[in-house]
Design a protein around this ligand. Sequence first.
Ligand code: LLP
Length: 441
Amino acid sequence: MTALPAHPPALPGHPHLHYEAGELWLERVPVHRLTERFGTPLFAYSRASMLAALSAYQQAFEGREALICYAMKANSSLAILQTFVEAGCGLDIVSGGELERALRVGVDPAKIIFSGVGKTRAEMRQALLAGIGCFNVESVAELDTLHAVATELGQVAPISLRVNPDVDAKTHPYISTGLKGNKFGIAHTEALDVYRHAAQLSGLKIHGIDCHIGSQITEIPPFLDAMDRILDLVDLLESDGMHLAHIDFGGGLGIDYQGDVPPAANILWSALLNRLDARGHGNKRILIEPGRSLVGNAGICLTEVLFEKSGDTKNFLIVDAAMNDLPRPAMYEAYHAIVPTLLREDATRIYDVVGPVCESGDWLGRDRALAVRPGEQLAVCSAGAYCMSMASQYNTRGRAAEVLVYGENVQLIRERETPSDVMRGERLWSPVTTPGTPSAP
Ligand code: LLP
């Protein structure tokens, strides 16, 4: 370990991850200290990175009436939500469970917006009673149901319609949401009629218009196209006598996973706000719902190399993190950079990095050049968004622990799940069950 490689591996997109004397550090902490204390697999997030990502958005909106609603589906761990809420954000939720998390961290309910195509009546009730700021409604059936639920409660539900602008976000088909063929939103061509219908329902009050065209978008033009389509509609609706207090422009800005070069949030938003001004809507309140771009490059997942295995055609590194911890490669063939936590002078070999789960789809990275030995650790990069929040307990693997790092400060924000945690709530079949009656606990 004397001569270190001349070129340490690239660390895409991570502002607060770096090598110092051959060791990987997150902010002011060498990551081996995290794994010594908390074990692996371990998610570690840089709080400074999260705040820096947020501040790029905040800069863009300075002097405007705007609300950044963090899309908590990206990472809904309580301390992550707390960080954004304490920095002034609202929250974008998609379920009753997310609403409970939001309330747990003390967000002002008026700063909560509720997205999603399939809200249940119970969730609508729960959100109305909590006093959330806006429901983003995605169909006529949902509109009618929400009207009925609000009327039963003697309330008026604040709404906007999520309009599908039919633009191509040029991203992975599973995370593109603004095309005609997607299940999301109300067709652009039907929006006027649906707004007119909503205006007739006494249990609803129209607050705005909403759109979201997809995720991991790395170019500005699809956003501008969507903005134009939405503003065409706003013009049409206003000439029809409708008043829209806000425009919710969704989320979707991408991050650097593998040399991707998305625009910085302030650059994207200065282009969008210019367009808004040019078209005479600069005075409207703006809401946005960013997720990935606020947390994606703040997080890494640390994993230990268990075994090295050489086959005829492939070499494998079997690590202790798996598709249940990091589902994106298996689900979308997504690329996450994988780097050693300790640089060594050995020549690299080409490996597939795979987990212990019994599926061939359980891979984290393919054909990666690495110099690492069993017992050493790897960091899976860009793991702050859509990793822990999508993790499962498949193979009765408890979900990983999470830590938040800020300068030299390290705090455990989620304990590692034990097998008993995973089995909590399960019951054995009882031989004395009476037909038709639930078995005793
Ligand atoms: N608003 C709505 C209505 C959404 O559907 C989404 C994401 C967001 C906001 C936040 O988008 P973001 O800023 O994070 O791109 N699991 C996939 C991503 C699914 C995104 C779904 N919707 C992945 O791992 O790539």
